[in-house]
Design a binder for this molecule. Sequence first.
Ligand SMILES: C[S@@+](CC[C@H](N)C(=O)[O-])C[C@H]1O[C@@H](n2cnc3c(N)ncnc32)[C@H](O)[C@@H]1O
Length: 213
Amino acid sequence: MQTAKNRTRKLLREYTSLAPTYDQRWSTYIDASLSMTLKTVAGLPARRILDVACGTGLWLEILAQQYSDAALFGVDRVPAMLEVAQRRLGQRATLLEADAAELPFESGRFQLVTTTNALHYFADVPATLTEIRRVLDPSGNLVITDWCRDYLWMKVLNRVLPWTRHAHGHTLGRSELEQNLVSAGFELVDSKTKKIDGFWALMTVHARPAGMT
Ligand SMILES: C[S@@+](CC[C@H](N)C(=O)[O-])C[C@H]1O[C@@H](n2cnc3c(N)ncnc32)[C@H](O)[C@@H]1O
């Protein structure tokens, strides 16, 4: 069993060395996962948007095109990834080094929170979703895209990766994520899954704070 400290050390090591080449190395996967996310996000109203685990800022750059008047924020745990994001986004987004489970924002500040391709790293998914719920406006929206464990190869990866140098935490299945969201005070709006390149299986789940309809 990996300790939280071990996982953080692995995360910092993995993404500090990956940061300079991340965009090129993962471009096919990133394009597919972000366009899947965009289909769900398109049209959701927002004046302030937070991307949790923003990495090199590729998704924030898409959000900047979609939401030209919105204030954009990104947090990530790895400074080297944020440096790439900062070069990409300049003054267009406010970027902060922070853990997804301890967001440095007042409650109810965002109309839209997103996180893409990162949930499987989070050490404590229930606590992280509760924290996201805290910073989300009660009438806001949350959109998550991540690996989906409902498919064979993702099950295999979920078993193997914790034994490697990868900082992997745990890959959720779609209904498992949905249950976690409900427990954290969300209600589900929509969810979908998609396979990429015959290997990667992704899910996008859209939720909002419960009790707003
Ligand atoms: C696969 S990258 C995805 C980056 C970006 N969201 C994208 O879709 O291209 C995973 C990112 O999650 C970040 N990350 C992992 N665990 C985190 C945590 N607990 N808090 C904040 N960032 C985290 C990593 O530093 C890395 O930048």
